[in-house]
Design a protein around this ligand. Sequence first.
Ligand code: FAD
Length: 346
Amino acid sequence: MADVVVVGGGPSGWALASACARGGHAVTLVAPGHGWRATYGMWADEVSVLPPGSRWVATPARGGERLLPRGYAVLDNASVLAACAHPGIEVVRNRAAAMTATSATLTTGEVRHGMVFDATGARGGGIEQTAYGVVVPAGSRAEEAVFMDWRPPNGQFLGPATFLYAVPLPDGRMLLEETSLARAPALGFGELRDRLYARVGTVIGPVERVRFPVDVPPPPRRARGAIPFGAAAGLVHPATGFSVADSFRLAPAIADTIGRGERAVRRVIWPRRARLVYRLRRRGLATLLSLTAEEHEEFFDLFFDLPARHQRAYLSGRADPAGTAAAMAALFRAAPARLRRKMAKP
Ligand SMILES: Cc1cc2nc3c(=O)[nH]c(=O)nc-3n(C[C@H](O)[C@H](O)[C@H](O)COP(=O)(O)OP(=O)(O)OC[C@H]3O[C@@H](n4cnc5c(N)ncnc54)[C@H](O)[C@@H]3O)c2cc1C
Protein backbone atom coordinates (compact mmCIF):
# COMPACT_ATOMS: atom_id res chain seq x y z
CA MET A 1 0.00 0.00 0.00
CA ALA A 2 1.32 3.43 -0.98
CA ASP A 3 1.18 6.35 1.46
CA VAL A 4 0.17 8.59 -1.41
CA VAL A 5 -1.63 8.00 -4.70
CA VAL A 6 -1.32 10.80 -7.24
CA VAL A 7 -3.65 10.60 -10.23
CA GLY A 8 -2.44 12.57 -13.25
CA GLY A 9 1.03 12.95 -14.76
CA GLY A 10 1.01 16.66 -15.68
CA PRO A 11 3.31 19.16 -13.96
CA SER A 12 1.26 19.20 -10.74
CA GLY A 13 1.06 15.39 -10.49
CA TRP A 14 4.79 14.97 -11.03
CA ALA A 15 5.65 17.89 -8.73
CA LEU A 16 3.65 16.31 -5.94
CA ALA A 17 4.79 12.74 -6.55
CA SER A 18 8.40 13.90 -6.57
CA ALA A 19 8.13 15.98 -3.38
CA CYS A 20 6.30 13.19 -1.55
CA ALA A 21 8.87 10.56 -2.59
CA ARG A 22 11.72 12.86 -1.51
CA GLY A 23 9.88 13.30 1.78
CA GLY A 24 10.11 9.54 2.32
CA HIS A 25 6.57 8.58 1.32
CA ALA A 26 5.78 5.62 -0.91
CA VAL A 27 4.03 7.06 -3.96
CA THR A 28 1.89 5.58 -6.70
CA LEU A 29 1.55 7.88 -9.71
CA VAL A 30 -1.31 6.96 -12.03
CA ALA A 31 -0.51 8.49 -15.41
CA PRO A 32 -1.79 7.20 -18.75
CA GLY A 33 1.08 8.64 -20.80
CA HIS A 34 4.57 10.03 -20.50
CA GLY A 35 5.86 13.50 -21.32
CA TRP A 36 4.39 16.98 -21.43
CA ARG A 37 3.54 18.42 -24.82
CA ALA A 38 2.77 22.01 -23.75
CA THR A 39 5.41 24.72 -23.56
CA TYR A 40 5.63 25.76 -19.92
CA GLY A 41 7.06 28.99 -18.62
CA MET A 42 7.45 30.72 -15.28
CA TRP A 43 9.24 33.81 -14.00
CA ALA A 44 13.00 33.35 -13.86
CA ASP A 45 12.99 34.15 -10.12
CA GLU A 46 10.72 31.13 -9.57
CA VAL A 47 12.83 28.37 -11.10
CA SER A 48 14.26 27.44 -7.70
CA VAL A 49 10.95 25.63 -7.03
CA LEU A 50 11.92 23.02 -9.64
CA PRO A 51 13.71 19.85 -8.51
CA PRO A 52 17.52 19.83 -8.87
CA GLY A 53 18.62 18.80 -12.35
CA SER A 54 15.79 20.69 -14.08
CA ARG A 55 16.84 22.87 -16.98
CA TRP A 56 15.24 25.87 -18.62
CA VAL A 57 16.09 28.70 -20.95
CA ALA A 58 16.02 32.08 -19.22
CA THR A 59 15.42 35.25 -21.16
CA PRO A 60 14.69 38.92 -20.64
CA ALA A 61 11.18 39.66 -21.88
CA ARG A 62 9.16 42.61 -23.03
CA GLY A 63 5.68 43.63 -21.93
CA GLY A 64 4.47 45.92 -24.69
CA GLU A 65 7.47 48.12 -25.46
CA ARG A 66 9.16 47.94 -22.07
CA LEU A 67 11.62 45.45 -20.71
CA LEU A 68 10.02 43.67 -17.76
CA PRO A 69 11.73 43.84 -14.38
CA ARG A 70 11.54 40.05 -14.04
CA GLY A 71 13.21 37.65 -16.42
CA TYR A 72 11.25 34.76 -17.90
CA ALA A 73 12.11 31.05 -18.09
CA VAL A 74 10.86 28.38 -20.49
CA LEU A 75 11.13 24.87 -19.11
CA ASP A 76 12.98 22.01 -20.72
CA ASN A 77 10.14 19.56 -20.02
CA ALA A 78 12.19 16.39 -20.44
CA SER A 79 14.77 17.54 -17.90
CA VAL A 80 12.11 18.58 -15.37
CA LEU A 81 10.39 15.22 -15.73
CA ALA A 82 13.69 13.40 -15.33
CA ALA A 83 14.46 15.50 -12.26
CA CYS A 84 11.06 14.58 -10.77
CA ALA A 85 11.70 10.84 -11.11
CA HIS A 86 12.52 9.05 -7.86
CA PRO A 87 12.82 5.39 -6.83
CA GLY A 88 10.02 5.97 -4.32
CA ILE A 89 7.53 6.59 -7.14
CA GLU A 90 5.80 3.64 -8.76
CA VAL A 91 4.37 4.82 -12.05
CA VAL A 92 1.23 2.97 -13.14
CA ARG A 93 0.42 3.52 -16.81
CA ASN A 94 -3.33 3.67 -16.48
CA ARG A 95 -6.25 5.98 -15.77
CA ALA A 96 -8.32 6.24 -12.63
CA ALA A 97 -11.95 5.34 -13.25
CA ALA A 98 -12.96 6.47 -9.75
CA MET A 99 -11.33 8.14 -6.75
CA THR A 100 -12.12 8.52 -3.07
CA ALA A 101 -10.05 10.15 -0.34
CA THR A 102 -8.27 6.86 0.28
CA SER A 103 -8.48 4.79 -2.91
CA ALA A 104 -8.18 5.07 -6.67
CA THR A 105 -9.82 2.46 -8.85
CA LEU A 106 -8.04 1.98 -12.16
CA THR A 107 -9.82 1.16 -15.41
CA THR A 108 -8.57 -2.41 -14.99
CA GLY A 109 -10.50 -2.67 -11.73
CA GLU A 110 -7.31 -2.72 -9.66
CA VAL A 111 -7.58 -0.55 -6.54
CA ARG A 112 -4.69 1.53 -5.14
CA HIS A 113 -4.90 2.74 -1.55
CA GLY A 114 -3.33 5.78 0.12
CA MET A 115 -4.05 9.48 0.49
CA VAL A 116 -5.40 10.21 -2.99
CA PHE A 117 -4.66 13.40 -4.91
CA ASP A 118 -6.61 14.34 -8.02
CA ALA A 119 -4.12 16.05 -10.34
CA THR A 120 -6.10 15.30 -13.49
CA GLY A 121 -6.19 18.89 -14.77
CA ALA A 122 -8.81 21.60 -15.07
CA ARG A 123 -12.45 20.71 -15.49
CA GLY A 124 -15.43 23.02 -15.75
CA GLY A 125 -15.07 26.76 -15.83
CA GLY A 126 -16.51 28.85 -18.63
CA ILE A 127 -13.86 31.51 -19.23
CA GLU A 128 -11.03 30.16 -21.32
CA GLN A 129 -7.56 31.10 -22.43
CA THR A 130 -6.83 30.05 -26.00
CA ALA A 131 -3.71 30.47 -28.08
CA TYR A 132 -2.36 29.39 -31.45
CA GLY A 133 1.39 29.05 -31.64
CA VAL A 134 3.91 28.06 -34.29
CA VAL A 135 7.42 26.83 -33.50
CA VAL A 136 9.93 28.36 -35.91
CA PRO A 137 13.52 27.20 -36.49
CA ALA A 138 16.45 28.62 -34.57
CA GLY A 139 17.82 31.78 -36.15
CA SER A 140 14.85 32.24 -38.48
CA ARG A 141 13.74 35.30 -36.54
CA ALA A 142 15.54 38.04 -34.75
CA GLU A 143 12.66 38.31 -32.31
CA GLU A 144 13.41 39.04 -28.71
CA ALA A 145 11.25 37.34 -26.12
CA VAL A 146 7.87 38.94 -25.64
CA PHE A 147 5.74 38.10 -22.62
CA MET A 148 2.79 40.15 -23.83
CA ASP A 149 2.56 42.49 -26.78
CA TRP A 150 -0.95 43.90 -26.96
CA ARG A 151 -0.30 46.18 -29.89
CA PRO A 152 -2.74 45.13 -32.62
CA PRO A 153 -1.34 42.86 -35.38
CA ASN A 154 -2.05 45.28 -38.24
CA GLY A 155 -1.99 48.56 -36.37
CA GLN A 156 -5.74 48.57 -35.97
CA PHE A 157 -7.82 47.09 -33.19
CA LEU A 158 -10.39 44.69 -34.64
CA GLY A 159 -12.62 42.62 -32.41
CA PRO A 160 -11.50 40.91 -29.21
CA ALA A 161 -8.11 41.62 -27.68
CA THR A 162 -5.24 39.22 -28.30
CA PHE A 163 -1.52 39.51 -27.71
CA LEU A 164 1.73 38.04 -28.98
CA TYR A 165 3.71 35.72 -26.69
CA ALA A 166 7.06 34.85 -28.22
CA VAL A 167 9.66 32.85 -26.30
CA PRO A 168 12.83 30.91 -27.03
CA LEU A 169 12.59 27.15 -26.55
CA PRO A 170 15.33 25.13 -24.85
CA ASP A 171 16.42 23.68 -28.23
CA GLY A 172 16.97 27.16 -29.70
CA ARG A 173 13.78 27.29 -31.73
CA MET A 174 11.21 29.97 -30.99
CA LEU A 175 7.51 29.74 -30.17
CA LEU A 176 5.39 32.54 -31.63
CA GLU A 177 1.93 32.43 -30.12
CA GLU A 178 -1.15 34.64 -30.50
CA THR A 179 -3.07 34.46 -27.24
CA SER A 180 -6.52 35.36 -26.04
CA LEU A 181 -5.96 35.80 -22.32
CA ALA A 182 -9.47 35.11 -21.07
CA ARG A 183 -12.74 35.02 -22.92
CA ALA A 184 -16.19 33.47 -22.86
CA PRO A 185 -16.87 32.05 -25.34
CA ALA A 186 -13.26 31.20 -26.15
CA LEU A 187 -11.66 32.81 -29.20
CA GLY A 188 -11.24 30.18 -31.92
CA PHE A 189 -7.93 28.83 -33.25
CA GLY A 190 -8.67 30.01 -36.83
CA GLU A 191 -9.04 33.62 -35.72
CA LEU A 192 -5.91 33.35 -33.57
CA ARG A 193 -3.91 31.85 -36.45
CA ASP A 194 -5.02 34.65 -38.82
CA ARG A 195 -3.98 37.25 -36.27
CA LEU A 196 -0.62 35.56 -35.74
CA TYR A 197 0.03 35.55 -39.49
CA ALA A 198 -1.07 39.21 -39.72
CA ARG A 199 1.43 40.03 -37.01
CA VAL A 200 4.53 38.00 -37.93
CA GLY A 201 3.82 36.87 -41.52
CA THR A 202 2.81 33.33 -42.47
CA VAL A 203 4.94 30.97 -40.43
CA ILE A 204 5.22 27.23 -40.90
CA GLY A 205 6.22 24.75 -38.24
CA PRO A 206 4.88 22.55 -35.46
CA VAL A 207 1.71 24.04 -34.01
CA GLU A 208 0.81 24.43 -30.32
CA ARG A 209 -2.87 24.90 -29.52
CA VAL A 210 -3.64 26.14 -26.02
CA ARG A 211 -7.09 25.90 -24.45
CA PHE A 212 -7.92 25.75 -20.77
CA PRO A 213 -10.32 27.40 -18.30
CA VAL A 214 -9.00 30.18 -16.07
CA ASP A 215 -11.98 30.32 -13.72
CA VAL A 216 -11.95 26.93 -11.99
CA PRO A 217 -12.58 27.91 -8.35
CA PRO A 218 -10.90 26.49 -5.26
CA PRO A 219 -12.69 23.45 -3.84
CA PRO A 220 -15.17 24.15 -1.03
CA ARG A 221 -13.58 24.33 2.42
CA ARG A 222 -15.24 21.18 3.66
CA ALA A 223 -14.87 19.16 0.46
CA ARG A 224 -14.54 15.41 0.75
CA GLY A 225 -13.04 12.81 -1.53
CA ALA A 226 -9.74 12.80 -3.39
CA ILE A 227 -7.78 16.00 -2.70
CA PRO A 228 -7.58 18.15 -5.84
CA PHE A 229 -4.19 19.56 -6.79
CA GLY A 230 -2.84 21.69 -9.64
CA ALA A 231 -5.29 22.94 -12.24
CA ALA A 232 -7.91 20.53 -10.83
CA ALA A 233 -7.71 22.44 -7.53
CA GLY A 234 -8.19 25.88 -9.08
CA LEU A 235 -4.50 26.77 -8.83
CA VAL A 236 -4.60 28.44 -12.26
CA HIS A 237 -4.18 32.21 -11.83
CA PRO A 238 -7.46 33.67 -13.14
CA ALA A 239 -5.78 36.65 -14.77
CA THR A 240 -2.71 34.97 -16.31
CA GLY A 241 -3.47 31.25 -16.65
CA PHE A 242 -0.30 30.26 -14.76
CA SER A 243 -0.15 27.42 -12.22
CA VAL A 244 3.02 25.42 -12.85
CA ALA A 245 5.32 27.39 -10.50
CA ASP A 246 2.68 27.34 -7.74
CA SER A 247 2.26 23.56 -8.05
CA PHE A 248 6.00 23.03 -7.65
CA ARG A 249 6.16 25.59 -4.82
CA LEU A 250 3.36 23.94 -2.85
CA ALA A 251 4.34 20.30 -3.35
CA PRO A 252 7.07 20.07 -0.64
CA ALA A 253 4.76 21.70 1.97
CA ILE A 254 2.10 19.13 1.15
CA ALA A 255 4.61 16.30 1.47
CA ASP A 256 5.55 17.62 4.92
CA THR A 257 1.90 17.74 6.00
CA ILE A 258 0.71 14.32 4.89
CA GLY A 259 1.28 12.79 8.33
CA ARG A 260 -1.16 15.34 9.80
CA GLY A 261 -4.07 14.09 7.73
CA GLU A 262 -6.35 15.14 4.91
CA ARG A 263 -7.83 18.28 6.48
CA ALA A 264 -4.38 19.72 7.20
CA VAL A 265 -3.26 18.98 3.63
CA ARG A 266 -6.30 20.74 2.18
CA ARG A 267 -5.47 23.81 4.29
CA VAL A 268 -1.90 23.85 2.97
CA ILE A 269 -3.19 23.90 -0.60
CA TRP A 270 -5.84 26.54 0.07
CA PRO A 271 -5.04 28.55 3.20
CA ARG A 272 -7.43 31.40 4.00
CA ARG A 273 -4.98 33.97 2.66
CA ALA A 274 -4.82 32.21 -0.71
CA ARG A 275 -8.62 32.10 -0.85
CA LEU A 276 -8.64 35.88 -0.27
CA VAL A 277 -6.08 36.38 -3.03
CA TYR A 278 -8.15 34.20 -5.33
CA ARG A 279 -11.15 36.50 -4.81
CA LEU A 280 -9.03 39.56 -5.60
CA ARG A 281 -7.64 37.89 -8.71
CA ARG A 282 -11.17 37.09 -9.86
CA ARG A 283 -11.89 40.82 -9.62
CA GLY A 284 -8.90 41.35 -11.89
CA LEU A 285 -10.33 38.79 -14.31
CA ALA A 286 -13.74 40.53 -14.24
CA THR A 287 -12.03 43.81 -15.15
CA LEU A 288 -10.16 42.16 -18.03
CA LEU A 289 -13.39 40.76 -19.42
CA SER A 290 -14.94 44.22 -19.43
CA LEU A 291 -12.16 45.91 -21.42
CA THR A 292 -12.13 46.72 -25.12
CA ALA A 293 -9.05 45.79 -27.15
CA GLU A 294 -7.73 49.38 -26.92
CA GLU A 295 -8.25 49.34 -23.17
CA HIS A 296 -6.37 46.04 -22.83
CA GLU A 297 -3.28 47.69 -24.27
CA GLU A 298 -3.70 50.69 -22.00
CA PHE A 299 -4.37 48.49 -18.95
CA PHE A 300 -1.28 46.32 -19.43
CA ASP A 301 0.90 49.33 -20.22
CA LEU A 302 -0.14 50.69 -16.83
CA PHE A 303 0.41 47.33 -15.15
CA PHE A 304 3.90 46.88 -16.55
CA ASP A 305 4.75 50.44 -15.48
CA LEU A 306 4.08 49.49 -11.84
CA PRO A 307 7.07 48.96 -9.58
CA ALA A 308 8.46 45.41 -9.74
CA ARG A 309 7.20 44.58 -6.23
CA HIS A 310 3.60 45.22 -7.29
CA GLN A 311 3.98 43.19 -10.48
CA ARG A 312 5.49 40.31 -8.51
CA ALA A 313 2.81 40.44 -5.81
CA TYR A 314 -0.06 40.40 -8.30
CA LEU A 315 1.42 37.75 -10.57
CA SER A 316 3.07 35.44 -8.03
CA GLY A 317 1.86 36.31 -4.51
CA ARG A 318 -0.62 33.48 -4.21
CA ALA A 319 -1.04 33.81 -0.43
CA ASP A 320 -0.24 37.52 -0.14
CA PRO A 321 -3.57 39.39 0.05
CA ALA A 322 -1.96 42.63 1.24
CA GLY A 323 0.54 42.63 -1.64
CA THR A 324 -2.14 41.74 -4.19
CA ALA A 325 -4.48 44.45 -2.90
CA ALA A 326 -1.65 47.01 -2.89
CA ALA A 327 -0.83 46.16 -6.52
CA MET A 328 -4.47 46.52 -7.52
CA ALA A 329 -4.75 49.82 -5.64
CA ALA A 330 -1.60 51.14 -7.33
CA LEU A 331 -3.00 50.20 -10.74
CA PHE A 332 -6.31 51.86 -9.88
CA ARG A 333 -4.53 55.07 -8.88
CA ALA A 334 -2.53 55.08 -12.10
CA ALA A 335 -5.57 54.45 -14.32
CA PRO A 336 -7.62 57.13 -16.06
CA ALA A 337 -11.22 57.62 -14.86
CA ARG A 338 -12.68 55.55 -17.73
CA LEU A 339 -10.65 52.47 -16.70
CA ARG A 340 -11.21 53.14 -13.00
CA ARG A 341 -14.95 52.91 -13.52
CA LYS A 342 -14.51 49.46 -15.03
CA MET A 343 -12.13 48.36 -12.29
CA ALA A 344 -14.53 49.51 -9.58
CA LYS A 345 -17.61 47.88 -11.10
CA PRO A 346 -19.07 45.25 -8.74
C1 FAD B 1 -0.69 24.35 -24.03
C2 FAD B 1 -0.71 24.96 -22.64
C3 FAD B 1 0.34 25.80 -22.26
C4 FAD B 1 0.36 26.31 -20.95
N1 FAD B 1 1.41 27.10 -20.58
C5 FAD B 1 1.55 27.43 -19.27
C6 FAD B 1 2.72 28.10 -18.84
O1 FAD B 1 3.58 28.46 -19.63
N2 FAD B 1 2.86 28.34 -17.50
C7 FAD B 1 1.91 27.97 -16.61
O2 FAD B 1 2.10 28.16 -15.39
N3 FAD B 1 0.76 27.41 -17.00
C8 FAD B 1 0.56 27.12 -18.33
N4 FAD B 1 -0.60 26.51 -18.73
C9 FAD B 1 -1.74 26.41 -17.81
C10 FAD B 1 -1.65 25.31 -16.75
O3 FAD B 1 -0.66 25.63 -15.80
C11 FAD B 1 -1.42 23.97 -17.38
O4 FAD B 1 -2.69 23.57 -17.88
C12 FAD B 1 -0.82 22.83 -16.53
O5 FAD B 1 -0.58 21.77 -17.43
C13 FAD B 1 -1.68 22.35 -15.40
O6 FAD B 1 -1.00 21.27 -14.80
P1 FAD B 1 -1.74 20.04 -14.10
O7 FAD B 1 -0.70 19.01 -13.86
O8 FAD B 1 -2.51 20.52 -12.95
O9 FAD B 1 -2.80 19.50 -15.18
P2 FAD B 1 -2.51 18.84 -16.61
O10 FAD B 1 -1.24 19.33 -17.18
O11 FAD B 1 -3.77 19.06 -17.38
O12 FAD B 1 -2.30 17.30 -16.30
C14 FAD B 1 -3.36 16.45 -15.97
C15 FAD B 1 -2.96 15.06 -16.39
O13 FAD B 1 -3.90 14.12 -15.85
C16 FAD B 1 -4.20 13.16 -16.83
N5 FAD B 1 -5.51 12.58 -16.49
C17 FAD B 1 -6.75 13.09 -16.71
N6 FAD B 1 -7.68 12.25 -16.25
C18 FAD B 1 -7.02 11.20 -15.73
C19 FAD B 1 -7.44 9.99 -15.09
N7 FAD B 1 -8.74 9.71 -14.91
N8 FAD B 1 -6.51 9.12 -14.66
C20 FAD B 1 -5.18 9.39 -14.82
N9 FAD B 1 -4.73 10.51 -15.42
C21 FAD B 1 -5.63 11.40 -15.87
C22 FAD B 1 -4.16 13.92 -18.14
O14 FAD B 1 -3.95 13.04 -19.22
C23 FAD B 1 -2.97 14.84 -17.89
O15 FAD B 1 -1.78 14.24 -18.28
C24 FAD B 1 -0.69 26.02 -20.04
C25 FAD B 1 -1.74 25.21 -20.48
C26 FAD B 1 -1.76 24.69 -21.75
C27 FAD B 1 -2.93 23.83 -22.16
